[in-house]
Design a protein. Structure first.
Lengths: 489, 223
């Protein structure tokens, strides 16, 4: 039932961004759905943030708290382990996704659970938990409406927050009628939501094991939280007798009071609400209330590699709000699938290549999936300087190619061109000579003020962008004629 | 063979070797320049709470505390409730006469199926947050365990005016004791459940109670 789409985390080779983006760009229905969705969220978010006179102070506090946590992550991990254990929970450590999956499947099996209910968790998408459970004979039921939609369709998520953003109501109606065996269903969103409510209620009531991710976990008290809208998170973390939570090691915050910062930043950045409908905070197990067995699985899976990079480290500040996706001009046009990763958009473009490691052709293309306009940095509630990390990673990708390729790497056309350009740009005489040569050489290429296609090896540059032709008169020539002298000043 | 725990801790320490050995977590400065307390008059704060809860498509009534039994009875009647779930320690006198109440008790908890079949649930709360229109349940007095307010399709919640705080940080400060003490679970409720997963159209009520009704109880002339 589950389809394994090529993804940066599934091992093997993934296509690069440009290749997949071209397919997405050709899908006009997708572009309409995306355009409408991102514009709506963008507008609403701006209103929700404008209402807060202390937004900048909150952002700064959020950034600083994350920085404090990451710089002392070993200490906070130990504190969390101690506090969760004290509160009656069990803590597991997983070096990679495979290890996390084995731990979770083991827990489910020890309770003879043939089916588990899940609340949307990108960490479990990253580890490919559902596929692993399926191989072990356990069915994982996604209970978030959008996750259910894409699970039934056998697709993958295209947006962190609204995974089925690429599907419209009539597509969903058709899917539910076919897969849930519902007859007589309209394409009215309340009707569609009710069909999911009825189908899932039964699953919640009989589930032995619930699986969740975590938005935050407090080192001091061991309090974990799930922030959500639909109530499926409350169901999964309350009804099954056993709860397993998978969280990346970077999701820790130091103290209970620090929630006052993040629970203001996250809802407004994410769904543009003052507060999301439901948030559940639990501290280990509570007698007579909710699951009586709680497992917390701490996942590394490349996070310590991100942590080791002093510029890349800030990527781990991310609280998965998806505000950067909604403001990104590239994401708005290509959608999430073009990134070939469970983490799409600007944050995905810096997180994915760092998590899987530089040197993989597919994810190496991601730092280039940006116009560096900086809108993502501006909206980021924890002030991740995404453009800075993008440029840093581009450098790492190029250096990796040079190191890896030896002579071949040094003779790589991009590398040779960049070397030549560096020489030309640093010498005025060479620079002007190149401009004159280009002005003469470009006449067969320039059409109505733009160059749409460069010849030969240079074609790569114009595949995804137009080029301004060299003007009749360059600035330097104009400056000289204005001063009436041939001297540079 | 090293355990996963040792391995991850070793990786973390290697990754943060740039951090000076003598730096403590508290040495990393955190400027908390944001607002901590709403200094608006009480009545304004309570009114803001009422408005913002209502903006989430919840039904809100401001009532006199002394009229509470009658107001509860009327709300349940409007909704046509026959079987009402209540926590064991719901204040005396809140539930009207002549109504079938399913009282949850530690010794004989209601089953999930009983909760699912009921018509609704009546509880108090721990706090209200005016800034965000949020109701906070912490399994304390008059609230019961989490499943009670999750499975029934209708939730009637009583919030006393003196339980309403202005800003989000005030709420977390007040809840600190609950978390550090018994470690009871806490639920933030801001309107009925909702989804925007289908073409970003907001649909009220997916899982959990699809209807939330709130009675804000105050003393007359109590400003």
């Amino acid at each position: 039932m589950t389809i394994e789409a090529p993804d940066a985390f599934s091992g093997g080779k993934t296509p690069n961004f440009e290749e997949t983006a071209r397919e997405s760009l050709a899908d006009s229905q997708l572009r309409r759905n995306l355009g409408k969705a991102t514009q709506t969220i963008r507008r609403k978010r701006a209103v929700a943030v404008e209402e807060m006179p202390d937004w900048e102070q909150l952002r700064e506090a959020g950034r600083a708290l994350k920085s404090r946590t990451l710089r002392h992550l070993d200490e906070y991990l130990l504190r969390l382990e101690e506090s969760v254990t004290r509160a009656g929970g069990q803590v597991h450590w997983a070096r990679d996704g495979e290890e996390a999956n084995r731990i979770i499947a083991g827990i489910a099996k020890s309770h003879d659970a043939g089916e588990v209910v899940k609340v949307k968790s990108i960490a479990t998408d990253e580890t490919k938990l559902n596929e692993h459970l399926e191989r072990e004979g356990i069915e994982a039921v996604e209970t978030d409406l959008a996750e259910l939609i894409i699970q039934l369709a056998g697709e993958t998520s295209s947006h962190i927050l609204v995974p089925a953003i690429h599907k419209n109501r009539s597509e969903i109606r058709e899917l539910f009628m076919r897969k849930l065996g519902v007859e007589d269903l309209s394409d009215d969103p309340p009707d569609l939501a009710n069909a999911a409510r009825l189908y899932l209620r039964e699953k919640f009531l009989k589930a032995k094991v619930g699986i969740s991710g975590a938005n935050f976990a407090v080192a001091d008290t061991g309090t974990v939280c799930v922030v959500e809208s639909e109530g499926n998170g409350r169901m999964c973390t309350t009804l099954p007798p056993v709860l397993v939570t998978l969280m990346g090691i970077e999701k820790i915050i130091p103290t209970w009071r620090d929630y006052e910062v993040f629970m203001q930043l996250l809802p407004r950045s994410s769904t543009a609400e003052r507060m999301n409908p439901y948030t559940t905070f639990w501290t280990g197990v509570s007698e007579g209330d909710g699951p009586q067995e709680f497992h917390l699985v701490l996942l590394d899976n490349g996070r310590t590699e991100v942590l080791a990079d002093e510029i890349g480290r800030q990527t781990l500040n991310c609280i998965r709000c998806s505000a950067c996706l909604n403001v990104c001009p590239v994401y708005e046009r290509t959608g999430g699938h073009a990134y070939n990763s469970v983490y799409p958009g600007p944050i995905g473009a810096i997180l994915t290549p760092q998590l899987v490691g530089i040197g993989k052709p597919g994810s190496d293309s991601l730092p280039y999936a940006s116009s560096l306009c900086g809108a993502c940095y501006e909206v980021c509630p924890v002030k991740i300087n995404i453009p800075e990390v993008l440029i840093h990673l581009r450098g790492k990708v190029v250096r990796h190619k040079q190191d890896e390729g030896g002579l071949k790497g040094r003779l790589d056309p991009e590398n040779v061109a960049m070397q030549a350009m560096a020489k030309t740009f640093s010498n005025p005489r060479l620079y002007e000579g190149a401009q004159r040569a280009a002005r003469i050489g470009q006449w067969p290429l320039a059409r109505s003020g733009a160059i749409h296609r460069l010849p030969g090896r240079l074609a790569g540059w114009t595949d995804a962008r137009d080029l301004k032709p060299i003007p009749e008169q360059t600035f330097r020539e104009w400056w000289r004629s204005r001063n009436g002298s041939g001297e540079d000043t | 063979m090293t355990s996963a725990r040792e391995e991850i801790l070793r990786r973390v320490r290697r990754a943060t070797h740039d951090v000076p050995k003598d730096e403590h977590p508290e040495d990393v400065p955190v400027e908390r320049g944001y607002r901590n307390e709403d200094d608006a008059p009480r009545e304004e704060i309570v009114e803001r709470f009422a408005e913002r809860v209502a903006e989430y498509e919840a039904t809100v009534h401001r009532v006199n505390e002394s009229d509470l039994p009658r107001e509860v009875a009327e709300a349940l009647e409007r909704r046509g409730i026959r079987q009402l779930v209540v926590p064991a320690d719901l204040p005396e006198g809140w539930t009207p006469e002549g109504l079938e109440t399913l009282r949850d008790a530690a010794q004989s908890p209601l089953s999930n199926e009983e909760l699912d079949r009921s018509d609704g649930v009546l509880t108090g709360c721990s706090l209200g947050i005016a800034q965000t229109g949020t109701i906070v349940l912490d399994a304390g007095e008059g609230q019961g365990r989490r499943a009670l307010t999750l499975l029934p399709d209708y939730h009637l919640c009583v919030v006393r005016e003196d339980q309403v705080v202005g800003l989000v940080p005030e709420a977390f400060a007040k809840l600190e004791e609950t978390v550090k003490g018994e470690g009871r679970a806490i639920t933030f409720i801001s309107g009925p459940s909702a989804t925007s997963d289908i073409e970003l159209n907001r649909v009220e009520g997916v899982h959990g109670p699809r209807t939330l009704e709130v009675l804000i109880a105050g003393q007359p002339g109590d400003e």
